[in-house]
Every structure is written in C-alpha cells, then in structure tokens.
Ligand binder design. Structure first.
Ligand SMILES: Cc1cc2nc3c(=O)[nH]c(=O)nc-3n(C[C@H](O)[C@H](O)[C@H](O)COP(=O)(O)OP(=O)(O)OC[C@H]3O[C@@H](n4cnc5c(N)ncnc54)[C@H](O)[C@@H]3O)c2cc1C
Length: 452
C-alpha cells in the first residue's frame, strides 16, 4: 500500500517523532506535519523525564527481542549513546510464589538468552543482603526486620548489567532536532482542538487547531499519548492515568558512594529507584495510579449513541504546577527507601510529579486504524514501557500503514486484541487496584527550601 502524500501527526512524543523520522526517511515525497501543544522536549509529555530505563527483560519474548534491537541502535547512535548510562538494572521481588515471581522468572530467561555467551552480565541475588549490598557495597549491613518493623520486601532477584537508563529529556531534544532536519517534516506548536471530518461522514480531512486554523491532510496519525482520548473515542482500549515520581537531592559524597548502583526495581512493591544522576536520586512507583475524570463531547462525528462521554485526562505540571504527590504515594515511596536507601527515608523530596500515561488493558501498544473512523491511524497506548522502542517504533507504524508489519505485531498492537481483556501481560507490571480520583488526593507543593 502507498503512503498518503500529506500526513498530520498529532503529538511529538516518542510515537510521533519516531514516526515522522521513519516517514521522512522512507518516503521523501511525503509531507509530514507534526503538531504538538509545545516545542519538544514537551515539559509534561510522558516521553520527557530525567531518566527512562532501557531494558530487554520481558516476560514476552517478542518485546524482549524488539527491546534488544532497540538497545543496540541506541548504543550505536552517535548522539543518543551519549545520553545512555549502562549501569545495569536489578529486578527484585519479595520471594513469594505469585504473579511477580512468574514475571521475574520469565524476565530472567529472556535476559539470559539475550545475553547469550555472556553469563557474567547476570548477577543473581539470593537474599536481601545480596540485593542491598549491590546498592551500598559489600561492607554494608542491611536493616533487619526488627529495625524495619516489618518483613523485608527486597529479597530475591538478579541484575542485568546490559541494561541502563537514558536521559529522556536530552534524547527527546536530539530526536526533535533530527526530525526537524528533514525538509519534508514541518512542526507547529499549537493544541489540536479536534480532528476535522468531511461533512456527515467519519472520514477525516485534517485537524482544527484551537486558534481555528484548519490543517488539511490525507491521513491523521493520533500519537497524543495520554491526551489521545479527547481526540478520538478510545474507551475500552486505552485509559489515561498517572503514577508518582519524586526526586531527592543528594550530596557529592552520596553521589560518589552510590555511583556504582544499578537501577533497582521491585516487582512486588512497584518501586523503581535510579542511581544518582546530576545530583539527584529519582524514585517512582508503578502504582494503580490516579485518574482525572472529565465529561467531554463525543469526538466521533456521526452515528454516536452518547453525545457526551467520560474520560480521564491529564492534569499536569503545565496547568497545575503546584501539585504535589498524594500522601499514600509518599508513604509507599518512603517505606521502600527505609529498606534500600535509609539515608533518604526521611529526607524531604526536592520535587515530585504525577507522570501521565496511556494504558491498554493488555499493556500491548495500539497501532491500528480506528475502527469507526477513516483516514485515522492510532499510534499510542505506550502502557508505561514504550520509551525504549523509540529507535524502531516509527518504522513499525509506517510498516503498519503500508501493510508491511509482521502479522504477529499487527495482531499484538491491534484494537481488537484489547477488547474485553482484564489482565495485562506483565510487560510493564503495575500494582493491582483502582486508580484514585486525583482531585480528591492531590496535595499542594510545600516550601522547596529544604536543607539536606
Ligand atoms: C513514570 C513513568 C515511567 C516510565 N518508565 C519507562 C521506562 O523506564 N522505559 C520505557 O521504555 N518506558 C517507560 N515509560 C513509558 C514511556 O515513557 C511512554 O510509553 C512513552 O513515552 C509514551 O510516548 P507517547 O509518544 O505516547 O506520549 P507523549 O510523550 O506524552 O507524547 C504525546 C504528545 O502529544 C501531545 N498532544 C497531546 N494532545 C495534543 C493536542 N490536542 N494537540 C497537540 N498536541 C497534543 C502532547 O503535548 C505530547 O507531547 C514510563 C512512563 C511513565 C509514566
């Protein structure tokens, strides 16, 4: 199938930018117009943060293979490789026989296979002491259950030394500059208010900006991440929610002390802790999260049952800069720090944020036509694990548009694959439970002049 001549991409996160580069490179005659609310790196986009993990340990071997391919591309990229820190990533759990153990065992198998001929790249942890000493060094004596006032949670695991983290903000800036260098890629920084349709049909003819401008195109690619549900009806296949992230300032001495630590993640408690980077330690939790419910006009233009639909829509640092993570989030982050990095347990956070994401029921991405719309392709549903695929995801979107995508991926990333599913596939494990309504639990930022 031919690619259309004029294409609008809504969103300059990893899905949008990577797709613009793949289209520009493969189809020089195609005109690509990327539209975002802000110039990249977009301050509240899911793709922009101090760090993102680049790992290939997946329960699903399909993602593991794609992630290993992506990692190789990042390491061989003269620009991106400068932002990649190969510090290793530890996957830990509490040692109980449950779904986390299953994810741990299957992830370790894919890691061992991908590190073939390099068994030294996998370090096994058989005890809480092994886990904690990987952070602090062999002389460190971990806290006992008596000192913690509970059983230990970080008990068993392994570290994959081939993984690492990337500076996601600097990388997105570099990707934007790369996309801008193509003469057939144009950027506009303005919010899209709606997709515009030929009168009386579900056939898109372009997009309308909030300033009223109509931008015509043959195809609209919706890559608007957690905001996508306002532009197209995604109920049942994608939902937006946020998870908590916090940063501690660390001293030079602490930075030195923890410089050899790996990203340390606990499947059972949902925690991800990063080694010190630019004077900070970042911690996040893959919690059940927070939602922000809004009633909006149904974005489908014709034949709708409800004129109004209810969605969760991002409430971020750009509109609510004083937001501070909820108390339950703070307590959970601190309780984990008490065990793994006690000096940070009671230290005030330097800053916090709720990071918005779009989640599919299976945690498989959504790269498909919208079933009720024409000329609209969806490239979203990152489900908290898509960043690492930035060097290849755009090519997959273009392969889908041109009918060349591997049928296994067509099926995995299809709309239909997500219908009626309640259980995710463990690609990006999240804590169980319902997302809480953010307006009920969000707090206001305290004074930021904390002393260490
Ligand atoms: C806390 C957290 C940790 C994560 N950790 C990892 C990790 O370690 N490794 C990993 O691989 N992945 C990770 N992820 C997932 C990864 O970051 C996301 O899957 C990915 O960045 C999503 O990219 P995107 O392009 O879909 O969305 P975004 O980056 O959010 O891009 C969407 C863009 O669309 C724009 N937009 C929205 N609406 C409109 C509109 N109406 N008009 C114009 N523009 C619009 C927005 O401004 C935004 O720039 C994590 C996610 C979170 C939340």
């Amino acid at each position: 199938m031919e690619v259309p001549k004029n294409i609008v991409i809504i969103g300059a996160g990893i899905f949008g930018i990577s797709t613009s580069i793949a289209l520009a490179e493969r189809y020089p005659c195609c005109q690509i117009h990327v539209i975002d609310r802000f110039e990249p790196p977009v301050p509240d986009a899911t793709s922009v943060d101090t760090t993102r993990c680049i790992r290939f340990d997946y329960k699903d071997p399909v993602y593991s293979k794609l992630a290993a391919e992506s990692l190789k591309k990042i390491e061989n990229d003269p620009v991106l490789s400068k932002f990649f820190h190969k510090c290793g990533m530890s996957f830990v759990y509490n040692g109980k026989s449950d779904k986390w153990e299953d994810i741990f065992i299957k992830g370790r198998i894919t890691a061992i296979e991908a590190n073939e001929n390099h068994p030294e790249k996998i370090v096994h942890f058989n005890s809480n002491t092994d886990v904690i000493q990987r952070i602090h060094g062999k002389d460190y004596i971990p806290k006992t259950p008596k000192e913690l006032g509970r059983a230990t949670w970080w008990n068993k695991g392994y570290c994959n030394l081939s993984n690492g983290f990337i500076d996601a903000e600097k990388s997105m800036k570099a990707y934007y500059q790369r996309a801008k260098a193509y003469t057939n890629v144009k950027f506009t920084f303005e919010e899209v208010s709606k997709i515009d349709y030929h009168t009386g049909t579900n056939k898109a003819k372009g997009v309308k900006l909030i300033n009223g401008t109509l931008i015509e195109s043959d195809l609209v690619i919706v890559a608007a991440g957690a905001w996508s549900g306002k532009l197209v009806d995604l109920r049942g296949v994608c939902s937006s929610s946020a998870i908590e992230v916090a940063w501690f300032k660390v001293s030079k001495e602490e930075q030195e002390r923890w410089k050899n630590m790996s990203i340390t993640t606990n499947l059972s408690t949902g925690i991800n802790t990063f080694p010190p980077y630019e004077g900070e330690v970042k911690i996040l939790r893959r919690s059940a999260g927070y939602k922000n419910t809004l009633n909006i006009k149904n974005p489908t233009p014709t034949d709708v049952k409800e004129n109004e639909i209810s969605i969760s829509y991002p409430r971020t640092i750009t509109t609510n800069p004083k937001d501070w993570i909820p108390e339950d989030a703070e307590l959970a982050l601190r309780e984990n720090m008490k065990e793994i990095m006690p000096p940070l347990y009671k230290r005030p956070f330097d800053r916090t944020k709720l990071c918005w994401l779009t989640q599919t029921p299976t945690a498989n991405f959504l790269i498909d036509n919208h079933p009720r719309l024409q000329n609209v392709v969806l490239a979203t549903g990152g489900s908290a694990h898509a960043w690492k695929f930035v060097p290849i995801i755009g090519d997959k979107v273009v392969d889908f548009i041109t009918g060349k995508l591997d049928p296994v991926l067509v099926d995995k990333w299809s709309w239909n694959e997500k219908i009626g599913i309640k259980q995710d596939n463990g690609s990006s494990p999240r804590m169980e439970g319902e997302a809480q309504e953010v307006s009920k639990v969000i707090r206001v930022s305290p004074s930021r002049n904390h002393k260490l």
